[in-house]
Unconditional design. Structure first.
Length: 446
C-alpha cells in the first residue's frame, strides 16, 4: 500500500525520523503539563471552573490551552500571551521608527525584537495571571484552597508565568529540533485534544433525542466535511501570474524565453490573522476583573457572548484588517519585481521595475479581499452552528480558529515531511501533485 510504503520511507530517513520523534516527545511533555494542577488547589473543586469553560469565549481559550485552563494547570495561560505580545511588537514596527530600524538590522535586530517580545510577554502574563486567579477564587469554593492569602497569589502568578514561558520554550525546541512550527503545533495539539470530548458530547446529546438523532448527526458530519474542504481550498488557493524569462539578451533586446508562473496566494497570511484577531478578542475577558465599573462589565459581557452580533461583527472586521496587515509584511512586491528584473524576467505587457511592483501590489490587493472575507466567514461559522443547536464545544470545529489552524498547520507540517522525502529521491505523500501549504518555507514564525 502507498501509505505503508510512505511510512517506511519516512522511517528510513534518520534525520526525519529523529525530528518526528523529538516532536512527539516534546508534545507529550506539554500534554502531561496540562494535567498538573497549581500547587495549593484541591482538584476536586474544579467542577465549577470546568462548567464555566464549556461555553463562550472561555471555552475557546480552554480549547487553545488543550484543557489546561479548566484544569487550573501550571500551563493554564498557554501560548496566547506571547501571541498578544507579538501582535503589539509587530504593530509598533509599523509606526515607531526605533522598531523599524531594528527590523532592517537583520539577525541582530531580530534578536532584539524577540527579547522585547519576551519582556512584554512577561508583563502580559502577570496581568492575565492575576485575572485568572481572581476568576479561580470566584469559581472555586474557599475550602478547596489548601494555601491561601498573598503567598498563594504571588507564587501562583509566578508559576503561571513560568509555565507559559516553558510552553514557549517547548515550541521553539520543536521548531529547531522537530518538524513544523513549534508554536503552531502546540496550539493544534490543544485543539485536537478537545475534539474527542466535543464529538462524544454532541453524539450523546443527539442520540438522547426521541427521534431523528442519527439523521441530525449525519447532516452535521456532511456539513462539516464541506466546510473542511472549503477551508483547504482557502489555504491552498492561488492566482498564477505569468512571467517571461529571456534565454539571451543582446543590448536592450531579449530573444527567446521560457514562460513561468508566480503563484500568488489568495490567503498569503495563512492562519495568522485569525489567531491575532482571536488574541485581541480575549483581552476583555483578561482585564474585566480589574474594574467594577458598569461600563466595563457591559463591555466584557458583550464581547464574551460568542453568538452575539457585536462579538462576531468585530471579529470579522479584525480578521479582514489583519489579513491585509500580515499579507503586507510577508509579501514584498518590490523584492519580487527586483528579483524578476535581475533574472531577465518580466510580466507580459508590464514594464520591469516600478510598474511591475505596482502591478503585483494591485493583484495582491484584489485577491486578498475575497480571501479575507472568506476567512472571516469561516471564522464566525461556529456561532451559526451554535444557533442551529450544535453543542458549543463541537461547534468550534465547524470553522473558526480551530478548523483553520488544524488545516493550515497539518498541511504545512506534511509539506515539510514531503520535502524531506523528495530531497532523498523518495515519492511524496500524494500521487497527484505535491502538498501545498500556506508558505513554501513552512509556517511563519509567531
Amino acid at each position: 500500500m502507498k501509505l505503508i510504503d510512505t511510512l517506511k520511507n519516512i522511517w528510513k530517513i534518520e534525520e526525519l525520523r529523529t525530528r518526528i520523534l523529538m516532536t512527539l516527545g516534546l508534545v507529550a511533555v506539554y500534554r502531561l503539563g496540562t494535567e498538573v494542577v497549581l500547587p495549593g488547589i484541591d482538584p476536586a473543586g474544579l467542577v465549577a471552573l470546568q462548567e464555566q469553560t464549556k461555553t463562550g469565549v472561555l471555552g475557546l481559550l480552554d480549547m487553545f490551552s488543550g484543557g489546561a485552563f479548566s484544569n487550573a494547570s501550571v500551563f493554564a495561560l498557554g501560548i496566547m500571551p506571547y501571541i498578544s505580545a507579538s501582535i503589539v511588537v509587530q504593530l509598533l514596527g509599523i509606526v515607531v521608527p526605533y522598531f523599524q530600524r531594528m527590523q532592517r538590522e537583520g539577525e541582530s535586530g531580530r534578536r532584539k525584537i524577540n527579547q522585547i517580545t519576551r519582556y512584554l510577554t512577561l508583563i502580559i502574563l502577570v496581568l492575565q495571571g492575576s485575572a485568572y486567579l481572581t476568576n479561580l477564587h470566584a469559581q472555586i469554593p474557599p475550602q478547596y484552597f489548601i494555601i491561601k492569602g498573598a503567598f498563594f497569589t504571588f507564587s501562583s502568578v509566578a508559576i503561571l508565568a513560568a509555565g507559559s514561558m516553558f510552553v514557549l520554550w517547548l515550541g521553539e525546541k520543536i521548531t529547531d529540533k522537530g518538524i513544523g512550527n513549534g508554536v503552531s503545533i502546540i496550539i493544534m495539539i490543544g485543539i485536537i485534544a478537545r475534539l474527542p470530548f466535543a464529538a462524544f458530547a454532541e453524539g450523546t446529546a443527539r442520540m438522547s433525542q426521541q427521534g431523528g438523532g442519527l439523521i441530525a448527526v449525519l447532516v452535521e458530519l456532511v456539513i462539516l466535511f464541506f466546510v473542511f474542504c472549503g477551508t483547504i481550498m482557502l489555504v491552498q488557493g492561488t492566482r498564477k501570474v505569468p512571467v517571461q524569462y529571456a534565454k539571451r539578451v543582446v543590448g536592450n533586446k531579449q530573444y527567446g524565453g521560457v514562460r513561468q508562473y508566480i503563484p500568488l496566494k489568495i490567503n498569503a497570511a495563512g492562519v495568522m490573522p485569525i489567531i491575532f484577531a482571536q488574541a485581541i478578542m480575549l483581552l476583555p475577558i483578561s482585564f474585566a476583573n480589574f474594574s467594577d465599573s458598569e461600563g466595563m462589565s457591559w463591555f466584557a459581557a458583550t464581547f464574551s457572548n460568542f453568538t452575539g452580533a457585536w462579538y462576531n461583527g468585530t471579529f470579522f472586521v479584525l480578521i479582514v484588517v489583519f489579513t491585509y496587515f500580515y499579507t503586507a509584511i510577508t509579501v514584498n512586491p518590490m523584492q519580487m519585481a527586483e528579483d524578476m528584473k535581475k533574472n531577465g524576467g518580466f510580466i507580459p505587457g508590464i514594464k520591469p521595475g516600478r510598474k511591475t511592483m505596482e502591478f503585483l501590489d494591485t493583484i495582491m490587493s484584489r485577491i486578498t479581499l475575497p480571501g479575507s472575507i472568506f476567512l472571516g466567514i469561516v471564522a464566525i461559522l461556529p456561532a451559526f452552528a451554535m444557533l442551529a443547536g450544535v453543542n458549543n464545544q463541537f461547534a468550534q470545529f465547524y470553522g473558526g480558529t480551530s478548523l483553520l489552524i488544524l488545516v493550515g498547520v497539518v498541511l504545512d507540517t506534511l509539506q515539510q515531511i514531503e520535502s524531506h522525502l523528495l530531497m532523498r529521491h523518495y515519492d511524496g505523500l500524494m500521487k497527484s501533485g505535491r502538498i501545498k501549504g500556506k508558505n513554501p518555507a513552512g509556517p511563519a514564525a509567531y
